[in-house]
Every structure is written in structure tokens, then in C-alpha cells.
Design a protein around this ligand. Sequence first.
Ligand SMILES: Cc1ncc(COP(=O)(O)O)c(C=O)c1O
Length: 410
Amino acid sequence: MSTQLAIEGGTAVRTEPFPAWPVYDEREERNLLEVLHSGRWGIGGTKVAEFVQRFAAYQDARFGVCVPNGTLALQMALHALGIGPGDEVITTPYTFIATASAALQQGAVPVFVDIDLNSYNLDPTQIEAAITPATKAIVPVHLAGRPADMDAIMEVARRHDLRVLEDACQAWGAAWRGRRVGAIGDLGCFSFQSSKNVSAGEGGIVITNDEALAELCWSLHNVGRVRDGAWYQHEIIGGNLRMTEWQAAVLLAQLERLTEHAARREANARYLAEALSEVPGVTPLPWDDRITGHAHHLFICRYDPAAFGGRSRADFVAALVAEGITTASVGYATPLHRNNAIRRSVAANLARVGRKPPLAADGLPALPACPRAEWATQHTFWLAQNTLLGTQADMDSIVAAICKIRRAWG
Ligand SMILES: Cc1ncc(COP(=O)(O)O)c(C=O)c1O
């Protein structure tokens, strides 16, 4: 193997692509054609109802409501939980923006609590200190498909009478101590966007074990209708957040593949983590035996420049991509408490209820520091969702590429 790095003109460790994405076969095609020929492309079709029933059961939940995407799922779930202006919602700053923007769009304010660097999820030991009389809910994220510590989160929520909304947008099939995530708290949201392990290009679902919340979500997603009501009977104000039959047709086929994919992801994740444990400077997140299902949507590693001759994380990821590990990226580059759109929106929502946050030198709200999330945005790299669907040889090529870079720089 060439020792010269590909980024400096050497031969790459691999040139073949990782598994093609999205994954589909004749099952998606058959289901889509069924919808086409049924003439029922929206309301009146059977696919959405069938998917709701199957997916909710898969996640150990009694009820579900399909919506167009995960962002709207989160916003509708917060609405159903009664979250609105003046309310605070505790969440993590190391997540996709929608986790926090959903609260902001409800007129509420996200309060960021730092993460645990062993899980990259909300650190439950820090939640209590962030609770104020305005706190109404906790929104843990099961980042990369790894369940957050639901024992500790549910315990603090019960003690303070807070609602729990699980952002499970990356966590299809993930389970915490034998129970799949999403309906451990009051409500849980999943995404079926293009990059997701279960995908229809776009799509989302809210699940729950609470029948009253399920009915409220159903009404909110269907312009305030009630299940057995007349077509033009609208009992509350809701939106049109209905999923199409096309999306459900694809999702039903995707679901058939989920168990086999999950097993492949799990085997590859364990193999890769074991192999990388021998490589200084690159640290996969440690396993936690309370996790009884991990969606392995992303493979997350900490990067230590000291083991790579002080070279930056950006240099490392560029070198890795050049070696043919094209699914590598730096992941979230800004923690949400540093995002200026979020900070402006926090100021606006607080002003609406007559509150003024302390300001930083830039004139925007000084949100409490989350040093670990900040560290994570600077010292982490991810492997994308199709990586772990590869072969063991694909995993070996990742280790080989990292070792090659280390030899060149270390
Ligand atoms: C953690 C998290 N929350 C929310 C979302 C929003 O989902 P969507 O893209 O389907 O709107 C995503 C996905 O992008 C996500 O990863």
C-alpha cells in the first residue's frame, strides 16, 4: 500500500463507493404502483394507516400519527403538550436545529443543557439546575440512534412534573433497557428524511402510549377534524400535516428491511469500534449495556489532534475523504446555543412575554455555556448512514485509512 497520503498525491486506500443510498428494490416499486393504480393518493388510502400501525408497534407504542417530516412532528408534538409562549423546554445543543427551532416556532424558548461526552446525549445530571418555574418539558435526542439515559430523564421529569418529548428522529429501532424509544416519554418523533435509516425522501411520525394525546395529534395534523366527525367539522385549529400514500408506500417497504439492516449495522459498529480501540487518537463512543438497541444511524468518533501531529480535525477529515472514506464528515459544526438564528429567536420569544435575557457583547442573548457540546463540535467526526451497511472489508478500509494518516502525521 502506498504510504503517501492520497490528499498529497498518493494512491487512495479505496476507490470503490460505500453502499449505494437510498436502498430500494421491487418492494418499493410494487407498493408505489399499488398506490398509483388505487387512485387513492391521500386521504382514503390504506398505506398510511398500515404504516402507522406497524411502525408504532415496532417502537413498542400503541398509537401514531404520520406527518410530512420530523420537524413538523416535533412542532406538532410540542403543540399537543401545550407548549407555547412563555414556556421553556430543556434540550441538548448537540443536535439538528429542528429540535430547538420546533420549540421556538411554538413561541417557547429552548434551554440548552450540556451533553455527556460518553454518549453525546443530554447529560441528565445537569437538567435539574436548568429547571425554572417556566420549564414545561424535556426534549432528549437519541443522537445517532443511541438512546439517551431515559431512566434519569424520566425520573427528573416526574419529580418536577415536566412532559418528555423524545426526539427519536435518528433512532428507529433503538431501545433502552429492553424498551424501544419514542413512547417512553409522553410523545416521540421520528424522521424519514432522505438520509435516514428508514426513508421516503421526507416523512415523519409522532408516537405515544397516551390515547388522549394521540387523538389530539390526529386532530392537529388533520385541520382540527375529529375521527368520526363530518368532513367539514373542525373542532380545534390544526394544520394540514397529513402524509401522502406515496410516502407510506415506500416506508412500508423500507420497514421490511429494517431488522436485517439493524443487525448489519450492529455487527459492523461493534467490529469497527473494536478495531479502532487499538488506534490512538480516534475514540468511538463507549458502549453502555443499558442500550438494548442502537440504530447506528451515524458512527461517531472523537478526534485527538495530538495523536496526528497536531493536525486539525478539518485536515484529518479531508485526508480521510481523499483516502476514499467518502462518508466521513465533521458533523455539527456549531452547538445550537451558539447559533445566531436561535439566539435572535430566543430574544424575540422572550420579548413577547416581557422578558429580557442577559446580552453578550454581540447584542444577542448570552445563553448558558455548554463547554462539552462546544468541544464536541470541534473534536468529532462522523461516518454517514450508509457506511455501516458495508462489508467487514469496508470497515477494515476505514481503519487502514486512519492508520495510514497517523503514520504520515503521527
Ligand atoms: C435529531 C433530529 N431532529 C429532527 C430532525 C428533523 O427531521 P426532518 O428532516 O424530517 O424534518 C432531524 C433530521 O433531519 C434530526 O436528525
